[in-house]
Design a protein around this ligand. Structure first.
Ligand code: BG6
Length: 469
């Protein structure tokens, strides 16, 4: 091992996936449909009435049948943690049943068995963009208050079943994304351009109450559980030194930070209430809601891929980006999908979150979506993904800097540690993994797994606790 590393002993190195992007088996084991089963184009196209064959998520990477082999591959890199989500519609197929589906629960017991076998600490997302389609269609998703009870019953079921085996839990993946992708993030069927601000912010409120309620329930039934919120971290810079641009940054930041503020402080910040007033929104907040919100989280987790600029000038155009597009930064390079690459932004946002909330951070997504080419090196099929190694190395160096700045950090999980179906575009060719999965955008491929060059690189990072960076 290396001599000096800023990473604390016990740092949780690992990788992350989501059920709908890996499992497939969309109609097996008693699973009901989720919104993802009718999203063949991700958020790049409209949902369909029924699942259609061109939807890569119906098969995913077949993790449902290959989980043991896949977890062994992750363990081969020395993973200390594995983030995965539970498919809500495996546990409550339509979402409104009184009793859970035992076959679904048993599947995640088997996944946890494999984690335990390899000494891997599970990190479980309760809801990762996979609302049961039944709830989306009957309630317009989180617009309806009824969702709080359905989610609470689901979360309680998970805490009761797995509470003794799972320590780290995330309530909602990227909870702030509901403002930008209401169907994927909030199961809201009403098209975004027809959704009133009142319905949209009421959905936000219901999710925030549900998240706090999950924390409250965990405190009762799974006292060892550590509950985290999960945000899209998107550091935003003013496009110019004009104070008007700095103010535009502040306002954009506020719309994201509000979600962390509620999770960590237990009440709505004044700037957010002002924003609602200016939108003409009067939220229905009950006295019980206010009490529930006071159950704050143990840690703050987030995804980080890129940063953005903001401008007060309405003629400046937005560019591509993870769920929320923003103004491109002229100083930064971008990925093939237009996501701007900014390792230093990760250090900045870690400092910002730590200073603001004083809760330990967990970086639960980071990575480069890129096209890979399977080649043969010394008779072995692999991918020479030096670009991915460079991206991850540069970002991890900045994580080390933030830790040296004093930011308490629990761990780091790369996104899509094994190739999976992308969320925004539903492609397999947008690959993030250390492990290549032979499946193409047209659905062809053997589903065989191959280790990429980055596999050995990451194993060395973990072995040296970051000393090799
Ligand atoms: C995050 C999501 O927004 O970004 C993941 O939590 C997603 O589900 C990841 O896969 C990367 O985005 P994409 O669109 O490249 O898959």
């Amino acid at each position: 091992t290396s001599t000096s590393t800023p990473f604390p002993p016990g740092f949780l190195w690992g990788g992350a996936t989501a059920a709908n992007q890996v499992e497939g088996a969309y109609a097996e084991g008693g699973k009901g449909l989720s919104i993802q089963d009718v999203m063949p184009r991700g958020i790049a196209g409209p949902p369909t009435e029924e699942p259609t064959e061109d939807n890569l998520k119906l098969v995913g990477i077949d993790f449902y049948h290959r989980y043991a082999e896949d977890i062994a591959l992750l363990a081969g890199m020395g993973f200390r943690t594995f983030r995965f989500s539970i498919a809500w519609s495996r546990i409550f197929p339509r979402g409104n049943e009184a009793e859970p589906n035992e076959e679904g629960l048993a599947f995640y017991d088997r996944v946890l068995d494999e984690c335990e076998k390899h000494g891997i600490e599970p990190l479980v997302t309760i809801s990762h963009y996979e609302t049961p389609l039944g709830l989306a269609r009957t309630h317009d998703g989180w617009v309806s208050r009824a969702m709080i009870d359905h989610y609470a019953r689901y979360a309680r079921t998970l805490f009761e079943r797995y509470g003794s085996r799972v320590r780290y839990w995330l309530t909602f993946n990227e909870i702030n994304s509901v403002l930008h992708a209401p169907f994927m993030s909030g199961g809201i069927v009403t098209p975004k351009d027809q959704l009133s601000p009142t319905d949209l912010y009421q959905a936000v409120h219901h999710e925030l109450v549900a998240s706090a309620l999950a924390t409250k329930i965990a405190r009762e039934v799974a006292p060892d559980a550590q509950i985290g919120c999960m945000l899209i971290a998107m550091p935003t810079y003013p496009l110019t030194p004009d104070p008007a641009d700095a103010l535009a940054v502040m306002r954009a930041d506020h719309l994201n930070l509000a979600f962390g503020d509620v999770h960590c402080r237990g009440a709505y910040p004044g700037y957010f209430l002002r924003h609602l007033r200016e939108q003409g929104v009067e939220l229905e907040i009950t006295a019980e809601d206010r009490e529930t919100l006071r159950h704050t989280v143990d840690f703050v987790s987030f995804s980080y891929y890129m940063s953005l600029c903001e401008s007060a000038d309405p003629t400046v155009k937005a560019g591509a980006g993870n769920i929320m597009g923003g103004v491109p930064n002229p100083t930064l390079p971008a990925s093939e999908w237009g996501w701007q690459i900014d390792p230093v932004g990760l250090r900045i946002v870690m400092n910002q979150f730590w200073e603001r909330w004083q809760r330990p951070l967990f970086i639960v997504e980071n990575g480069l979506g890129a096209k890979d080419e399977l080649v043969e090196v010394d008779g072995v099929r692999t991918v020479v993904d030096d670009y991915r190694i460079a991206y991850l190395n540069d970002h991890l160096v900045q994580v080390g800097e933030a830790i040296a700045d004093g930011v308490e950090t629990l761990g780091y999980t790369t996104w899509g540690c094994i190739d999976l179906v992308s969320a925004s575009t539903a492609q397999l060719s947008k690959r993030y993994g250390f492990v290549y999965v032979d499946r193409n955008d047209d659905g062809t491929g053997t589903l065989e797994r191959y280790k990429k060059k980055s596999y050995d690189w990451y194993a060395e990072v973990i072995r040296t606790n970051g000393g090799s960076l």
